[in-house]
Design a binder for this molecule. Structure first.
Ligand code: NAD
Length: 472
């Protein structure tokens, strides 16, 4: 059993002052894994005070100096890669090989990319006789979820710190392993006291942080429901808000698309991290006439995705994060079964390990546009297939949810796919399976949020513009 009972405040690891704790369980063995002491209002107070005290000095350092700290943090994190990957496997349930690459190595690379992009993002510009300077927004409250914990923390921290902001991070209490490693990395990199403070806790710790008058901006990643509350709380206090929220992303297969490639992409995107991915493709929109062919290919494709212990090299799907989340996802599947959609793959196809928070992947076909499964984020291994007759209909289906985080379009003509991609109201669209680009803006339309992370765009979220008119 690991005890995470300290917070990083003003350059020191300090024991939590509150009494509240959470116990988390290994998602595969269901054994108790760790206890986490929640930050109290007093811990939040101390963290914000330290951040404010550090701000004048940190914001006046050069961009190059701040970028050098980011690189030092990346190096210190890299030395802890295996430990962080192991913690993500135990807490979140992602298979080890994928966890190491996606949950650890990719975010470490993002610390370095952000450092490399900082000078460009923060350069002063001229508009006629005005000098436009880019100033840090101030003290940032960063609130993050558990599903890709280091990635989500990095997207906020690297950008905010290099912009000259000081940060109080309130990460999810459900994935504390990478947070402990990050605190160690910040200390090892000798980040000046108070520039980064980390107070772990649950929702009430987050609420205390947002309500604190010393916070200038809230950068939140998590559910749309929590995002609404946070935006309301921050809005009432006139704090800037950036929100990275949920999704119900669709992949459109045009009639001339490569069927096998479409199916492979949809399954790997939907089932990655057992569906616990905000930008997962959770709807596949296919031509009505080709539905039987897609149905068959999906069934076969799913059989190749081995579910099992995430520490086994052969496993592609691990368990979900917790018993509570498994119940939530299972309830969605049961309701879809009762609704009598075409069950392309159901739980009888899969043998689940005897222990662990596993859920068998499910695929439902001919799901109506207004169905719960077509409208709501399940956050589990569940794919909804929808059909269309005309391109207009396909675009309307893809755009027909409150969300707009990601999407995909497939066609033998990349030009045709691009024309359709331009019509999708979502923040990231992949044409014919083009890969993720960490330097491109990432974020959502509508209920998927506001603001962007990634590359120079992510840094811009943390700046205030100042125009200085010069005499002519
Ligand atoms: P969550 O909303 O329950 O919690 C996220 C974080 O916010 C946690 O640290 C939690 O303690 C805190 N929190 C919750 N309510 C709060 C409140 N009212 N005030 C202050 N803090 C509060 O989400 P989760 O279950 O941890 O994560 C899953 C969700 O995150 C999914 O909906 C997923 O789509 C979304 N997500 C979005 C992105 C993105 O980039 N768009 C990325 C990852 C996850």
């Amino acid at each position: 059993m690991i005890h995470y009972h300290q917070h990083l405040i003003d350059g020191d690891m300090r024991a939590a002052t509150g009494a509240a704790t959470t116990t988390i369980h290994d998602s595969t063995t269901e054994e108790p894994l760790a206890t986490i002491a929640h930050g109290s209002a007093a811990d939040v107070e101390a963290a914000v005070k330290a951040a404010r005290a550090a701000f004048a000095r940190w914001s006046s350092t050069s961009v190059e100096q701040r970028a050098a700290y980011l690189l030092a943090i990346a190096d210190a994190l890299e030395a802890q890669s295996d430990r962080m990957a192991d913690s993500v496997v135990a807490e979140v349930g992602m298979p080890l090989k994928l966890a190491l690459r996606i949950q650890v190595q990719a975010p470490i690379a993002a610390w370095r990319t952000t450092a490399a992009r900082a000078a460009e993002a923060l350069a002063e510009t001229r508009v006629a006789h005005s000098l436009v300077t880019k100033e840090p927004v101030g003290i940032v409250a960063a609130i993050t979820p558990w599903n890709y914990p280091l990635h989500q923390i990095t997207a906020k921290l690297a950008a905010a710190l290099v912009a000259g902001c000081c940060v109080v991070l309130k990460p999810s209490e459900l994935a504390p392993g990478v947070v402990a490693a990050l605190c160690e990395a910040a200390l090892e990199a000798r980040l000046p006291r108070g520039v980064l403070n980390v107070v772990v806790g649950d929702r009430s710790t987050g609420e205390a942080l947002i309500a604190h008058p010393g916070i200038d901006m809230v950068s939140f990643t998590g559910s749309t429901a929590a995002g609404r509350q946070i935006a309301a709380s921050a809005g009432a206090r006139l704090k800037r808000v950036a929100l990275e929220l949920g999704g119900k992303s669709a992949s459109i297969a045009l009639p001339d698309a490569d069927l096998a490639a479409v199916v492979k992409h949809a399954l790997s995107s939907c089932m990655l991290n057992s569906g616990q991915t905000c930008s997962a493709i959770t709807r596949l929109i296919v031509p009505d006439a080709q539905y039987p062919a897609y149905r068959e290919q999906l069934r076969g494709g799913l059989a190749n995705l081995r579910i099992g212990d995430p520490r086994d090299a052969g496993s592609r799907l691990g368990p979900l994060v917790s018993a509570a989340h498994r119940s939530r996802v299972s309830a969605y599947i049961e309701r879809a079964q009762q609704a009598s959609y075409d069950e392309i793959a159901d739980d009888t196809q899969t043998v689940l390990p005897a222990r662990g928070y596993f859920v068998a992947p499910a695929i439902f076909g001919r799901v109506p546009a207004d169905a719960e499964l077509a409208q709501e984020e399940v956050f589990g291994p569940v794919l909804a297939v929808q059909t269309y007759s005309t391109e207009e209909e396909a675009v309307a289906l893809a755009n027909g949810t409150p969300y707009g985080l990601a999407g995909a379009v497939w066609s033998a003509s990349a030009e045709h796919a691009l024309r359709v991609a331009r019509r999708l109201r979502a923040g990231q669209i992949d044409v014919n399976g083009a890969p993720f680009n960490a330097s491109a803006p990432f974020g959502g339309f509508g209920a998927s949020g506001m603001g962007r992370e990634g590359g120079t765009f992510g840094i811009e979220d943390f700046i205030e513009l100042r125009a200085i008119q010069l005499p002519q």
